[in-house]
Design a protein around this ligand. Sequence first.
Ligand code: INI
Length: 163
Amino acid sequence: MRDLSPSKWGKDMQIAVVAGRFNRFIVDQLVKGAQDAMSRHGISEARISMAWVPGAFELPLLASQFAASGKYDAVIALGAVIRGGTPHFDFVAGECASGLMRVSLDHGIPVTFGVLTTDTVEQALERAGTGEGNKGFDAAMTAIEMVATMREVKSHLTGLPGG
Ligand code: INI
């Protein structure tokens, strides 16, 4: 019997996860959230590659390396940038976001933004909870939806005259 349940949507997807070690106690929760979303959608451990980098600033470079390999359908980037009085905040958060978007557009695959940017540790912890209250979970769900949508659009476009 063919299993058509939503839990199988991701079964043939190959995903890379990149995570920043800075504020690791929070990022660990985002990683768990992303793993939960992927397992709910049938993406086995064997189809997931993962690499840690020192902080959010380094995420775009690793995301780019995975994307350039052509072996992954999407990259999920996870990190926690907390203002907490650091003048670094705007540079780290801004360069991380724009770098990840650049990787996505340059390589034509989804690179999802599971990077918390908050004023306080408390706010970050609120967004790194279980299930839907977890930005890592959301970033993985977005990656799965985007891969599925891009596949649909691709098959639609190839079905058009001249496609
Ligand atoms: N990196 C983070 O991931 N989160 C932070 O809150 C943070 N702060 O506050 O500075 C941070 N800085 C490190 C940065 O990502 C780089 O690793 C570092 O600047 C070396 O390039």
